[in-house]
Design a protein around this ligand. Structure first.
Ligand code: AMP
Ligand code: MG
Length: 321
């Protein structure tokens, strides 16, 4: 078969380019450094614990079991809804010897009570019950009832016997509610257990209380904060080895005569906090601090809340009106 000169040229160009492409391919395969194998699988799991859904995301398959076990351990110690918990026992007896975990969280709560000028106060339990937030039977109590209940409130009336871990209430009938701080503490305990097991990357979301341990395949974890409407997002943050806690008036509330009454109580008045804040997010190194401060700042409002935050220089706060 005879080819004319033009066809022959085209064939030669094809052959040379094919040969060059093969050469480049061979060169790249043999000379470029091989990409290290990168596992890109994330394991996700969730469980109902401490009255909320706990979600765990991690490249480690074991992470969720470790987190859930630790949250369950803390819930069994601190929940006022579990009759045999240390807190239920203390609330019944008014004086009780407790574990080091329980002693530590009560001590920390008392510190934040003092720093927040009484805005964060775990002795709000009788007020939380009075307004119906414990049994969801919401009601507006009489002023007289509120005044009488306020006599049982004040963390300065908790005596901590450091030598034997005994906690004692000064006034009979006092009770404590760790709902504003316990999940943050449980996050810290879970993170410690993960580290003990050499798991250094994990995102935990306990119903708005978040801890971002390490990162997600070398990029920081990104979290979104829920807005005042269930479907909106208030903002997003990238976090590494930090906790974020959000307290808001949309978590639990009821309306009466056009007014919204929310589950966070101002212990100084006995009424649900009525600041102009819809929600506040606190980012801190520890879950216990982020959780307690977000509750406290919600009660204090923008101006006093910012003053409180100044006492915790490593924290960042964002207030959503
Ligand atoms: P959080 O969602 O972390 O802001 O906590 C709210 C929960 O903390 C409520 O459901 C109560 O159990 C408890 N609580 C309410 N008011 C206060 C307060 N002023 N100080 C401490 N805990 C509170
Ligand atoms: Mg809180």
């Amino acid at each position: 078969m005879a080819f004319n000169v033009r066809t022959r040229r085209i064939l030669i160009i094809f052959l040379i380019s094919g040969w060059l492409i093969s050469l480049c391919y061979y060169f790249l395969r043999t000379h470029l450094p091989k990409q290290p194998f990168q596992a890109s699988q994330l394991y996700r799991d969730n469980r109902l614990l401490m009255g909320t859904i706990w979600e765990v995301v991690s490249p480690s398959k074991q992470a969720s079991a470790i987190v859930f076990a630790e949250a369950l351990r803390i819930e069994q110690l601190l929940s006022k809804y579990i009759p045999l918990s240390e807190i239920s026992q203390l609330n019944r007896l008014g004086k009780s010897k407790v574990s080091s975990d329980t002693f530590y969280i009560i001590k920390k709560s008392q510190e934040i009570y003092r720093l927040s000028q009484g805005a964060f106060d775990i002795t709000v339990a009788p007020l939380v019950d009075l307004w119906g937030f414990s049994d969801q039977n919401f009601r507006i109590p009489s002023d007289e009832n509120i005044r009488a209940t306020l006599k049982l409130v004040g963390s300065d009336k908790i005596i901590l016997h450091q030598n034997n871990n005994v906690v004692e209430f000064k006034i009979p009938g006092m009770r404590i509610d760790l709902g504003g701080i316990a999940k943050g503490y449980a996050l810290d305990c879970a993170v410690n257990k993960l580290k003990e097991n050499n798991i250094n990357n994990c995102l935990i979301n306990a119903g708005g209380q978040i801890y971002a341990l390490g990162d997600k395949f070398k990029t920081p974890w990104k979290i979104a904060i829920q807005g005042t409407g269930k479907s909106e997002f208030a903002g997003s943050y990238t976090l590494k080895n930090k906790s974020a806690s959000t307290s808001g008036n949309y978590e639990q509330f009821f309306f009466k005569n056009g007014l919204r009454y929310c589950h966070i109580i101002d212990p100084r008045t006995g009424y649900p906090a009525q600041t102009q804040i819809a929600s506040v997010t606190v980012i801190a190194d520890y879950g216990i601090i982020a959780d307690a401060l977000s509750t406290a700042i919600f009660v204090l409002g923008k101006k006093d809340g910012k003053e409180l935050a100044k006492q915790f220089p490593e924290t960042e706060i964002k207030i959503y009106p």
